[in-house]
Design a protein around this ligand. Sequence first.
Ligand code: PLP
Length: 388
Amino acid sequence: MQTPVYLDNQATTPVDPRVFAAMRPLYETHFGNASSSTHRHGWYVEELVTLAREQVAELISAKPEEIIFTSGATESNNLALFGTCRAQLSRSPKQNTTVISASTEHRAVLDPLAKLKSDKCEIKLLAPNKDGLIEPEVLQAAVSPECTLVSLMLGNNEIGVINDIASLAAVCRENGSLLHCDAAQAAGKIPVDVKALGVDLLSISAHKLYGPKGIGALFVRASLPKSSIEPIMFGGGQEQGLRSGTLNSPAIVGFGEACRLAKIELEQEGKRLQLLATRLFESLSNSLGGVQLNGAQSNRLPGSLNLSFEGVESAELLGKLSPHLSLSSTSACSSGHGKGSHVLKALGLTEARQRSSIRIGIGRFNTEEDITFASEQIRSAVKELRQT
Ligand SMILES: *Cc1c(COP(=O)(O)O)cnc(C)c1O
């Protein structure tokens, strides 16, 4: 076993060696530009990109032409939010518009929304229930005819809870609002079917599912009128004009392979990760006491835990554990700012409990041995900190 053991798979996942093997030839030999239509160097890469697009589409039960490759879920979210709001405002410049989202969303949704906010565009953030979920009734009460877009995530990156997107989508449909869903944390971990979910737009990211960093996709429902979304980047007109720029073909091929593997292995892997997470939680709560699971107790992303240790400061706990375990207390993006978790705050947890919480993300390459080791390390660190 190599230490520190990596248990921060919500922040990013290691690249699967099979993914890297698929990408390698694109760096070594197949360097062509997928848009070069006059020679074999281009044609061959275009074929590889076509296959990858099919593999990505298949993971989420979409059509290949519904996949727009981007640099990641952050860009997909920005394209979905700015793209639809600007399109709406340019279609009906005299009308005000409202976007509804939730206080538990990733910063890659909350920050673009903060920028979108204007006299013409109102932003409403819904509060979750105590489990961290957005209830369809709460959305129902908030929608209005001006609401053009709703953006709600599938799996939460901090607490691992899963929104009932299909029921939320029904509310949006009835109201005539578009629904965007940030599925970066959920795709590859639980089944994601864009038709069953009833979403119009959905963001995913390769590096959350054992693919390379810097590549992701926005699903744009084929039946969505072209005038519903505008590009936010301009240039060569790639990706149906929605995302200009030379395709990152090595990363796209890796993303495709990562999605193919996820599709095949998701069910078994999910069961294994769920088992490991349950075992870790039970061993910690049985041996320590004062351990609480944050967010809904059931229907969670497999392998994802967010735990509070009564009487312990998470910053101290993480510091003590860092030689042995790579863990975090909140999303990687927020931990850099030194601010607390906006998600735990939205759950209404006491300040003390927010400050005593850590996030654990068990992934594909974690073994039973890793989990036994993690349990021992966390137990002894918590005991020590509680004594001081
Ligand atoms: C990781 C993550 C993102 C950002 O994805 P990038 O591909 O790193 O830009 C957005 N939303 C959620 C829920 C995430 O987990």
